[in-house]
Write a protein that binds this ligand. Structure first.
Ligand SMILES: [Zn+2]
Length: 142
């Protein structure tokens, strides 16, 4: 669905909103080889096919693949934070911050199950005060 004219704004092009205004990630699966990308493309980055892609809604459950604990960054960016890559059930890997964990390696178990959650992207708004929506990962509660 297209970006609604009122309400929150997607901070990234692959964040979409369903008819109820709930955000989700839309990914694209290659019709030739099944490779998954976040953004629509003319040709598949895996097999170079131009047969097209099928869009799908990414599941919000997945596994942590890798992370880095960031202890210094640009001015205005609060540290520490955990920059992570997670692979989501049914396809697509994304990079985002992992929240709800400590900032030492011992606090983050390898291959933990994570959930994709949406947030107001650092409290940023457009000129009309509409909030941007971003996403993050959280450990799944068992
Ligand atoms: Zn392909």
């Amino acid at each position: 669905m297209a970006q609604p004219e009122t309400g929150p704004i997607a901070a990234k092009p692959h964040i979409k909103f369903d008819p109820d205004g709930k955000p989700f990630i839309e990914a694209h699966r290659c019709r030739a080889c099944g490779a998954v990308t976040a953004d629509a493309r003319l040709a598949c980055p895996a097999c170079a096919s131009r047969d097209g892609f099928d869009a799908f809604r990414v599941k919000q459950t997945g596994k942590l693949i890798a992370y880095s604990i960031v202890k210094r960054s640009y001015p205005g960016i609060a540290t520490p934070f955990v920059s992570a890559i997670a692979a989501f059930d049914g396809g697509l890997a994304l990079k985002a911050n992992l929240v709800g964990v400590g900032f030492e390696p011992e606090a983050i178990a390898p291959n933990i199950e994570v959930r994709l959650t949406f947030n107001e992207a650092l409290g940023r708004t457009d000129a009309e005060g509409r909030a941007y929506v971003g996403y993050q990962f959280e450990p799944q509660k068992s």
